[in-house]
Design a protein around this ligand. Structure first.
Ligand code: PHE
Length: 341
């Protein structure tokens, strides 16, 4: 039995020292020291030994066990060290290698223009509102004094969701006037930017989806002079001091009187050129004094309160601001174009 123990010890040490992985080491431990292991088998067989032999063999067996356990521990430490060494080698970082360039985008030119507009109005005490693009026809038309039969309500102009023409993609940001009147305390000063939708073919100046910024003021004693003064100030901040504007009469169902505001062409200074189509002026926005009927439908006392509103096309503003010739460039999002701003 002593011989057997010595053989097991020699064999086991060889296997343990040759182990190249934790798994192999664990297999060796099971093979020799496990419940069904070879050393364990010998210890079980000790009952057959004589009384004199038993303690001697027992002691030897314990020594062998201790030696194997120590060998396994040592081998395990060595394996761990080797693994760490390897990992450190594999994960070695060369801090002198130039870094990968991270390409950072930037704001879209139209949103740069929008942020400028927002800043100007926030500076004048306006609140910025956000509203739904899917809107009730009641708010987009009826509450804005455009009754059944108004040409803009036609199916050929407007994207409806239902056959009763009750729900639609808003065709203007003006329903935000109604939403503000219905939810806010007077006096009101708001701007509401967002997407609007009309059944237009795509060309250099049209798109079925575009952006507007609605603006509205309702207070005591508000007049057309406030409208002109405020919008002139905004235009000077956007396009530079001394930028000339003109107000032309126009018609909108929800304002009376209504007007369109033009800015003098930045290219030719008003002489007439291809940019302004020979006019010398470029149309910028629609505006007017809010129709008393619109105020009344919102329960506002027109003997006390009056207001003005405007709607500005955001793409056009950005195109003028950055001298972009074609509307489609704004939506195509070609980075070669966007990187220029
Ligand atoms: N909603 C109008 C349009 O889309 C613009 C407008 C807004 C006119 C507010 C007057 C007052 O053309």
């Amino acid at each position: 039995m002593k011989e057997q123990l010595k053989n097991i010890l020699a064999q086991a040490l060889e296997v343990i020292n040759a182990a190249t992985s934790r798994e192999e080491l664990e297999n060796a431990r099971v093979k020799y020291l496990g419940k069904k292991g070879e050393l364990t088998a010998i210890l079980r067989g000790m009952g057959t030994l004589s009384a004199e032999e038993r303690p001697i063999v027992g002691q030897l067996a314990n020594e062998v066990r201790a030696e194997l356990e120590k060998a396994i521990d040592d081998a395990s430490v060595k394996l761990a060290e080797a693994a760490l060494e390897q990992q450190l080698k594999a994960e070695k970082v060369d801090v002198t290698i130039p870094g990968k360039e991270v390409s950072v985008g930037h704001r879209h030119p139209m949103y740069i223009a929008l942020d400028e507009i927002k800043e100007i109005f926030i500076g004048m005490g306006f609140t910025v509102l956000d509203g739904p693009e899917i809107e009730f026809a009641e708010l987009n038309f009826d509450r804005l004094n455009a009754d059944e039969g108004h040409p803009s309500r036609d199916w050929s102009d407007t994207f409806y969701f239902d056959k009763d023409s009750k729900v639609m993609l808003r065709s203007q940001t003006s329903p935000m006037q109604v939403r503000a009147m219905d939810t806010m305390e007077l006096p009101i000063r708001i701007v509401a930017p967002g997407r609007v939708y009309r059944k237009d073919e795509v060309d250099a100046t049209h798109s079925p989806m575009f952006h507007q910024v609605e603006g509205m003021v309702i207070d005591k004693g508000v007049t057309m002079a406030d409208l002109k003064g405020t919008l002139n100030t905004v235009v000077e901040q956007l396009y530079g001091k001394g930028t000339k504007t003109r107000f032309r009469p126009h018609h909108f169902p929800f304002t009376e009187p209504s007007c369109e505001m033009d800015v003098q062409c930045h290219k030719c200074g008003g002489v007439g050129c291809p940019t302004c189509k020979g006019e010398g002026w470029i149309e910028l926005l629609g505006a007017g004094m809010i129709h008393p009927r619109v105020l009344e439908m919102a329960g506002i006392d027109t003997n006390v309160y009056s207001g003005w509103a405007f709607g500005i096309g955001l793409e056009r503003t950005a195109m003028r601001r950055f001298k972009i010739a074609d509307l489609r460039l704004i939506f195509e999002n070609d980075v070669r174009f966007l990187e220029q701003f």
